[in-house]
Design a protein around this ligand. Structure first.
Ligand SMILES: Cc1cc2nc3c(=O)[nH]c(=O)nc-3n(C[C@H](O)[C@H](O)[C@H](O)COP(=O)(O)OP(=O)(O)OC[C@H]3O[C@@H](n4cnc5c(N)ncnc54)[C@H](O)[C@@H]3O)c2cc1C
Length: 353
């Protein structure tokens, strides 16, 4: 039996109705058409943290627990009752899940594959609004409560540590930090992973992989930021840079049915992502932080099916042959994303009703 640390359930949040909404029987019936009923036994793990393909569950009987594993312990994130559903932003991005999903007692769930959830988000306006808002708010809560799968060990006086903090924060990835200058247990942790002070900042991914002063590309690889995206696929459109301009282009082109990939050196949002408050952006009369604007825009682009390759700099676009290959550089790797030929994706405006 594993130790369970004192629970800090997200359900304590003040926005509980939006973070963990209760679906109506009609909404559950619409989801059920795309999934299958599954009987679960008490204690059964439905999805493990770090699993590559996130799946979506709606509780119909019993309850399920969302926990964040950490070594031999687990921290309770939330308990979902009948009518409530799992999932957060990894459902859109296709990145590895951060939490473990376990049946708290025997019951039934409706299990829906990620691709069907994505299709629903395109076609069912009511469910799309409920799901996307919950996914976004859950990620915000995971970040706020440090329920990540990454531990950053470093010093707040070190440029390297601040660089990695900025990279994870700007990419909306939850993490916790151990400050060598403040945390008494820091040395014991370094000893456990056989790293010295000279190696910091150190990133520990999922409690397993230890990266010493890693590049952004190494962190992106370790966390699987890009692994759900086919780098070799011919696209209708390749957008270099995911600042406000690139994200806007992605939203408009993907919503018109184009198959779109963005290449981004750092994180979505560009310069605007570092702004504490933007007051002159159309549609936000009271202002919005750059990070929130970037997260919303990236989520919107993903909703229409656009992809984003992180820590991926474009270095060359060859225009002498079609489809045009655009070469990117990451660490020691180079690959080609190609564009210019019509993809097999059905062309259909998906963003308008
Ligand atoms: C602190 C701060 C506050 C600001 N506040 C405001 C404000 O309140 N109001 C306002 O109107 N403007 C503000 N701005 C300016 C605003 O952020 C910029 O005008 C806006 O971000 C420009 O958007 P962009 O997409 O054209 O370029 P950028 O935001 O510069 O985005 C370009 C993106 O492309 C990426 N990139 C570049 N080269 C490559 C490559 N070869 N391969 C892959 N990716 C690449 C970069 O990493 C970056 O993410 C602010 C800027 C800053 C820095």
């Amino acid at each position: 039996m594993k130790n369970t640390t004192p629970p800090v359930p997200l359900a304590l949040t003040s926005r509980v109705d939006q973070v963990f909404p209760m679906l109506t029987p009609e909404q559950i019936a619409r989801l059920a058409v795309h999934g299958q009923v599954r009987h679960v036994q008490r204690g059964e793990v439905l999805m493990e943290a770090g699993e590559q393909t996130p799946r979506f569950f709606v509780v119909t009987a019993g309850h399920i627990a969302i926990v964040r594993p950490s070594g031999a312990t687990e921290a309770l994130v939330a308990v979902l009752q009948p009518g409530q559903f799992t999932g957060e932003l990894t459902m859109l991005s296709g990145r590895r899940g951060i939490v473990r999903i376990r049946a708290g007692e025997s019951g039934t769930v409706i299990e829906v594959e990620r691709e069907h959830v994505l299709a629903l988000v395109h076609t069912d306006g009511e469910l799309s609004e409920i799901l996307l808002r919950a996914f976004l708010l859950r990620r915000v809560e995971l970040i706020a409560q440090g329920f990540g799968d990454v531990v950053l060990v470093g010093s707040r006086h070190s440029a390297g540590t601040l660089r990695i903090q900025a990279f994870l924060t700007r990419n909306g990835h939850p993490y916790s930090t151990i400050d060598l200058d403040r945390d008494a247990g820091a040395q014991a942790l370094l000893d456990r992973f056989q790293v010295t002070v000279d190696d910091v900042p150190v990133v520990i991914c999922r409690g397993e992989v230890v990266l010493r002063n890693p590049t952004h590309g190494q962190i992106a690889d370790c966390l699987g930021f890009n692994e759900a995206i086919d780098h070799t696929q011919v696209r209708d459109l390749v957008i270099v840079g995911a600042g406000p301009a690139g994200l806007s282009a992605a939203v408009y082109s993907a919503s018109e049915g184009l198959d779109v990939v963005m290449l981004e050196t750092h994180a979505p949002g560009g310069q605007a992502g570092s702004s504490s408050k933007i007051e002159n952006y159309l549609g936000f009369p009271t202002g919005i932080s750059g990070q929130e604007l970037a997260t919303r825009a990236y989520t919107q682009a993903q909703r229409f099916g656009a992809h984003l390759l992180i820590a991926t700099s474009a270095i060359r676009l060859a225009c002498d042959r079609k489809p045009y290959p655009s070469q990117t550089w990451r660490s020691s790797k180079a690959w080609a994303c190609t564009m210019g030929r019509r993809s097999s994706r059905p062309r259909r405006a998906v963003g308008k009703r």
